[in-house]
Design a binder for this molecule. Structure first.
Ligand code: SF4
Ligand code: SF4
Length: 210
């Protein structure tokens, strides 16, 4: 049984409880009084760019719209600017709830696969944890080529003047593609990450079993 099916069965008809128990800071959702200040203040929601802005997501959670909330791209649009938190009259930690719902949707395998923020987060994490240092050139290349070889070349050509300028200013070294900077104690980094994964896995398993 998938994690999604198991959770849907466990919290049958009580999506609010599921969010309260499984999502970081999810227990704050019930405090929302639907004033709309968060959605109106969100700089990434200009021209109603979000499918469901924060206020609406909170209402949908309470209304049990499980599928719609977990599969939307909305919470992935949050850039952690904290505008909403500062303004919310009920002091909801909206930013953290947005990231919490996104992480939960990802954990259940319901997050939209090619949503750019989600894609970039995965790419950045793999890049940074490999050697303990971010290889910016490989990171950019990974992003350019995400839609295939042809699209990558096209994107690279568009950026060639910027790349040449960076090379002239010694801010970009093409040889970084062959390896690049690494942390001295890479074994230490990997051991630290392994331990952190273990702790996180145990915490999430306990939550799921809860
Ligand atoms: S600002 Fe706060 S209380 Fe108002 S809708 Fe947003 S989360 Fe709810
Ligand atoms: S923290 Fe996220 S949800 Fe809140 S205003 Fe900024 S972008 Fe919008």
């Amino acid at each position: 049984m998938s994690a999604d099916t198991a959770m849907a069965a466990k919290y049958r008809n009580n999506f609010l409880k599921e969010i309260e128990e499984q999502v970081e800071m999810g227990d704050w959702v019930k405090m929302c009084m639907q004033c709309g200040v968060c959605s109106g203040s969100c700089p990434t929601n200009f021209q109603s760019a979000w499918e469901h802005p924060p206020q609406e997501l909170f209402m949908m959670i309470r209304a049990g719209k499980r599928e719609e909330v977990l599969t939307t791209t909305s919470m992935w649009n949050c850039t952690s600017c904290y505008n909403c938190i500062v303004r919310c009259p009920r002091k909801l930690p909206i930013t953290h709830i947005m990231h919490g719902i996104a992480e939960y949707a990802h954990r259940l395998g319901k997050a939209p696969k090619m949503q750019p923020t989600r894609f970039f987060s995965g790419l950045f994490w793999k890049n940074a944890t490999k050697t303990g240092r971010v290889n910016e050139l490989k990171l950019s290349m990974g992003l350019y080529f995400k839609d295939g070889f042809g699209a990558g070349i096209k994107e690279g050509m568009k950026m060639k003047d910027v790349a040449l300028g960076l090379m002239k200013a010694k801010r970009l070294n093409p040889f970084e593609l062959l390896g690049g900077h690494k942390c001295k104690d890479q074994k230490g980094i990997q051991a630290m990450l392994k331990k952190a994964y273990e702790i996180e896995r145990a915490r999430k398993a306990a939550k799921m079993a809860g």
